[in-house]
Design a binder for this molecule. Structure first.
Ligand code: SF4
Length: 384
């Protein structure tokens, strides 16, 4: 089990090395895919590895010349990596209309990254304000644009069969990650939150087939294991937010060390990534469009107004018998900032203790956060 966990850590700790290493070993192509809703299956079906774009570990330097300091850490770190040539090994990059900060990325790469990736695409995956047929038709056209683009890059046709095969491979991986989360709920403390995050993050960087095989191995071991006894009085919490961006592993550790057990999460590099499957049917592009148009998990970048993110979180709290919610807000993420007041109001109305912690790319001291987390535990204890 430790061997498999170490492999997940190795991949997630240095994605530059692991993704480029995979490319060198296999001789195949890699496309960097911007979070959160680009259907990776289409790229996989063209025999190309889709690697979800990550936030680097280094401070932003040259990237400052291209993006303002109030952009989120992911966009600044990504542009910095691209203009410094750290992503040269990528054969392609795909972006989409997701938020104000992501919308310019393709143009920055086009002008300032040298050498240019062979394939650059900016899709317009539309906001989902309704389920009208014309919205779906438009979405399908965008997905077909991606299909043609990756076929051109790989020289391999994406057929109904190959795409359905990729969808099955992705669904299997999602199902295994959901099994991991079920285990975490049933046996809190079995794995640290940082281990779980790394297991999900590595899935975004490795071929799904290899990741699923490793997951099967570790799940078998975990299912037989008993969790350590939780610290007496440990509070059960849900961690939410951190759209697109990897939460700091140290922050997750601090939450656990402050007397809380993270029993579930509502993070992109977490349950949001694998929450829903794609149907396997005769028209896989349409099935991928249907997946995008689903309203769970509620996603502020899709402009979904029919379901409230706060209600979604309240359901999660109830299902998990949780004591409170910790929101991680990426500084200065517009979709999260816009939705946050409504989420906060809903949680307050439901009487659910809640704390907001702003996170940023640059390393800052966790000391002030430590004090706030300690107060949050006291608030939850006072309500018990
Ligand atoms: S949604 Fe938020 S975290 Fe994601 S790219 Fe936009 S600003 Fe950054």
């Amino acid at each position: 089990m430790d061997e498999i966990l170490n492999r997940f850590y190795e991949v997630a700790a240095d994605p530059y090395k692991s993704v480029e290493g995979w490319k060198r070993k296999t001789g195949k192509k890699v496309i960097g895919v911007f979070p959160m809703w680009i259907p990776e299956e289409i790229i996989h079906a063209a025999d190309i590895l889709p690697a979800v774009i990550w936030r680097g570990n280094e401070p932003v330097t040259e990237g400052h010349a291209h993006l303002p300091p109030f952009n989120c850490g992911l966009t600044r770190s990504f542009v910095d990596d691209a203009v410094r040539g750290k992503l040269d090994f990528m054969d392609g990059m795909v972006f989409y209309r997701m938020c104000l900060q992501a919308v310019v990325l393709r143009f920055i790469i086009e002008r300032h990254a040298q050498p240019q990736p062979t394939y650059l695409e900016h899709l317009y995956l539309p906001p989902v304000f309704d389920r009208s047929p014309c919205l779906k038709e438009f979405l399908i056209e965008e997905l077909e644009t991606l299909q043609r683009g990756v076929e051109g890059l790989s020289g391999k046709e994406v057929t109904v069969d190959s795409l359905n095969r990729s969808i099955k491979i992705y669904n299997e991986n999602r199902g295994l990650l959901r099994r991991l989360y079920q285990l975490r709920r049933a046996k809190p403390g079995l794995l640290k939150a940082r281990d779980i995050l790394v297991m999900v993050h590595s899935s975004m960087l490795m071929p799904k087939e290899e990741h699923s095989e490793l997951l099967k191995g570790i799940l078998g071991d975990l299912e037989k294991k008993e969790p350590p006894t939780l610290v007496k009085g440990a509070k059960r919490v849900i961690v939410s937010g951190c759209l697109c961006q990897t939460p700091s592993l140290d922050l997750l550790g601090l939450i656990e060390d402050s007397g809380m057990a993270i029993i579930d999460d509502d993070l992109y590099i977490g349950s949001r990534y694998f929450a829903i499957d794609t149907d396997v049917n005769g028209n896989p592009i349409e099935a991928l469009a249907d997946r995008y148009m689903k309203d769970e998990p509620v996603c502020p970048t899709k402009g979904e107004w029919q379901k409230n993110w706060g209600d979604y979180l309240i359901d999660m709290v109830k299902r998990n018998n949780a004591d409170g919610v910790i929101s991680l807000l990426v500084k200065y993420c517009p979709p999260h900032l816009c939705w946050y007041p409504a989420v906060r109001e809903k949680l307050a109305e439901a009487g659910i203790p809640h704390i907001l912690i702003e996170v940023e790319h640059e390393v800052t001291s966790l000391e002030p956060v430590k004090t706030r987390l300690a107060s949050f535990v006291e608030i939850m204890t006072g309500r018990a």
